[in-house]
Design a protein around this ligand. Structure first.
Ligand code: NAD
Length: 265
């Protein structure tokens, strides 16, 4: 898929690796100037440099913790000082837990707060500061990375499930509030995605949770996880200037996982 994003400036959070890196690279490949923002600045810087070498353009990196409203405010100011405008925001930064796969009665409050702070409150903070210049410009695109877990709950992940359900409804709330300012807001709900992290835990030959992953994949009609590029192409579709009448939508990209039961009864 090819889209002309020449002249557009995009901010992608959590862009140092994984899905965020793939989305940022895809936007850069299609002509946008991309700001690779991440709490891990060293890795974000390396990833942005790589993008410059591969795709050209004026891609930059920023140290930005989405939980830190002062840092987010300064980051948006810096983007406006460097580029003069901000056209696309991809709220991708997110965390989950593996250490605490337990029922709600045992789920630690600290872990609940850690996940909600990044996945939901962080997304709210970045959206708040990024939407202000977009309102002034009278145009903008916001793409929120949710999860199938925010649409159909998974067991033993109550904080992630609640945070991502919050992202799904917040996406719709933002869409109806910001539409009159020319801002289009959509979400993507990925199923299981092959990243360095999930390779190590689930998909690699020595992965610790291989068995539970095989079990999970048996419920996915396409029978495999997504490549990060398959999520990035959904983001590119939602960033395309021609996709101008879709707002408040959460696009499920899950290999059919939530389409229905794959078992016969
Ligand atoms: N991988 C999957 O299977 C999957 C499935 C559904 C949804 N998602 C969602 O996709 C998004 C990306 O996931 P991923 O698998 O690529 O994760 P990842 O762990 O590979 O990358 C996440 C990136 O976010 C950064 N980050 C973490 N906390 C941050 C913070 N406070 N501020 C700024 N950056 C921060 C990390 O440094 C990292 O670079 C997340 O929102 C995740 O919930 C992932």
């Amino acid at each position: 898929m090819k889209v002309d994003l020449t002249g557009k400036v995009a901010l992608v959070t959590g862009a140092a690796r994984g899905i965020g890196k793939s989305i940022a690279n895809t936007l850069a490949e299609n002509g946008a100037d991309v700001v690779f923002a991440d709490i891990d600045f060293e890795q974000a810087e390396e990833t942005a440099l790589e993008a410059n070498q591969t795709y050209g353009g004026n891609n930059k990196s920023l140290q930005m913790d989405v939980r830190d409203s002062d840092q987010v405010e300064l980051s948006i100011e810096k983007i406006l000082a460097d580029f003069g405008h901000l056209d696309i925001l991809v709220n991708n930064a997110g965390v989950n837990t593996l250490a605490h796969r337990v029922n709600i009665d045992q789920f630690p409050l600290e872990e609940w707060n850690r996940i909600l702070d990044v996945d939901l409150t962080g997304l709210f903070i970045v959206s708040q500061f990024a939407s202000r210049p977009m309102i002034e410009q009278k145009h903008g695109r916001i793409i929120n990375i949710a999860s199938v877990a925010g649409i159909m709950p998974l067991r033993l992940q109550c904080a992630f499930v609640a945070a991502k359900a919050g992202v799904v409804n917040l996406t719709k709330a933002m869409a109806i509030e910001l539409a009159s300012s020319g801002i289009i807001v959509n979400g993507i709900a990925p199923g299981s995605v092959l990243t360095e992290g999930t390779k190590e835990l689930f998909y690699g030959n020595d992965a610790k949770f291989q068995e539970s992953m095989r079990n999970m994949l048996s419920h996915v009609p396409l029978g495999r996880p997504a490549e990060t590029e398959e999520i990035a192409h959904a983001a590119l579709f939602l960033a395309d200037p021609e996709t101008s009448y879709i707002t408040g939508h959460v696009l499920v990209v899950d290999g059919g996982w939530t389409a229905g039961y794959i078992r016969d009864f």
